[in-house]
Write a new protein. Structure first.
Length: 433
């Protein structure tokens, strides 16, 4: 390790397997990390401003363009918020279909991340293409899982990317029962692949790191959370989603074009699979709880590197939940319930693959959007990512810089950060004093 006062900088211009453009600056002074900053330098995309003045019916299709990986999450948070503003409840089979649609997104997004983006880190491959040469069956299985998720989204959403069938009040069209039956066959195979995936990733060698996160996630009285619930935390937070702004705040930091979200009274917190799992373990089916214990997880997991195992468990959960919804499905009498716009403010919060996604809309009497606020999971997790980087780098400061860099990249990918709606590059600068 360098012991003089020379500042060193290592720049990695092209790091794949993160979504969007970002940078990492790790500053080391002697035997300690003095600063770890995840910089996001993509230009602002102004979606909240784009919505102002547009009709409420356009909102689901506009927000779906925020992300090509999790458009359903944005649509679901938006329609829930607008229905909340208009005093509308979507129940019964329409609610079940929305939950089924969300299952499709969880299956596809998690499978893509677990195998194609994250597993190469643990197995020592630079990318999934070279990993496939020795683990081809695993890659084919993951592609089959993603295909199953896409099949759900295509049927219920009208197309796989940026679905167009979701509307405030329900759907533009609902499927006949016979249309869902082919999905059941595909999901049956996907469920078996998901069980194998859990056991495979649980066998990886994980760095021994335990982090004292404050977990934050939705919690529903009866369900593992997807669309609805109260917002709770592992340190006693329990609020209606309408009270979000009273407990959380966003701050601008110099090194990021994305805002950092913090709990006003306690600072950084964690959303996503680890948080959902820790706060809702008792909502998982008994078989999945048993599998989690079999592969070495308890009801709470605080090792961020084992998030890959929890994601795989959520793939299995989404497959089983989708199969249960299909088995009980009876086509509803109408594709959407009536909606009458009014001047009001509405709130929506759902569980995107990467964590809680909160929306607020102020709507004018004519149904146009007067103001919008959207808080995505990655902006909520940025402070925790930076704290993780400090925690994982500190014990290995005596290692070569390449080892430190690789461990930090792995730590960032634990979060599957959605920096934008496409995969670009992460630049790394390592400074030693």
């Amino acid at each position: 390790m360098t012991t003089d006062r020379t500042t060193r900088r290592i720049t990695v211009d092209y790091l794949a397997r993160v979504e969007g453009e970002g940078s990492l600056d790790l500053h080391i002074e002697g035997d300690r990390v003095s600063a770890a900053r995840l910089g996001i330098f993509e230009p602002p995309r102004f979606f909240e401003a784009f919505l102002r003045g547009r009709g409420f019916a356009e909102t689901p299709d506009i927000v779906a363009r925020i992300c090509g990986i999790c458009p359903v999450a944005y649509q679901m948070s938006a329609v829930h918020a607008l229905e909340n503003a208009f005093g509308v409840r979507v129940e019964g089979q329409l609610r079940a279909l929305r939950r089924l649609l969300y299952c499709g997104e969880w299956i596809g997004s998690h499978a893509l991340h677990v195998v194609m983006l994250h597993a190469p880190d643990f197995l020592g491959y630079p990318d999934a293409i070279r990993m496939a040469a020795e683990h081809g069956e695993r890659v084919r299985s993951a592609l089959g899982l993603k295909k199953a998720g896409n099949s759900i989204i295509r049927l219920l959403g009208g197309r796989e990317i940026h679905p167009v069938n979701v509307r405030v009040g329900g759907f533009y069209r609902v499927p006949a029962r016979a249309e869902l039956m082919p999905l059941a066959e595909e999901l049956g195979r996907a469920r078996e692949s998901a069980v194998e995936l859990v056991r495979w990733v649980a066998g990886f060698a994980f760095p021994q790191v335990e982090r004292d996160y404050e977990f934050v996630a939705l919690r529903h009285p009866h369900e593992y959370p997807l669309n609805e619930g109260r917002l709770v935390s592992s340190r006693g937070l329990d609020i209606d989603i309408a009270d979000y702004e009273g407990e959380f705040e966003e701050r601008q930091v110099p090194h990021s074009t994305a805002l950092h979200s913090l709990l006003k009274r306690r600072g950084a917190y964690l959303v996503g699979p680890l948080a959902r799992y820790a706060l809702n373990f008792d909502r998982l089916p008994e078989g999945i709880q048993a599998l989690a214990r079999e592969v070495g997880l308890g009801p709470v997991c605080r090792n961020p590197f084992q998030s890959i195992v929890v994601r795989a468990l959520e793939v299995l959960y989404a497959c089983e939940e989708a199969l249960a919804i299909i088995a009980a499905y009876q086509p509803p009498a109408v594709a959407a319930v009536p909606v009458e716009p009014r001047a009001a403010t509405g709130f929506g919060c759902t569980e995107a693959p990467r964590g809680t996604l909160w929306h607020r809309y102020e709507v004018a009497a004519d149904g146009s959007i007067a103001d919008a606020r959207i808080v995505p999971p990655t902006s909520q997790n940025q402070p925790s990512i930076e704290a993780d980087l400090e925690a994982v780098a500190t014990p290995i400061l005596d290692q070569p810089e390449e080892v430190i860099r690789q461990r930090c990249e792995l730590a960032i990918r634990n979060y599957d950060p959605c920096i934008s709606c496409s995969t670009h590059f992460l630049r790394l600068a390592l400074h030693r004093t």
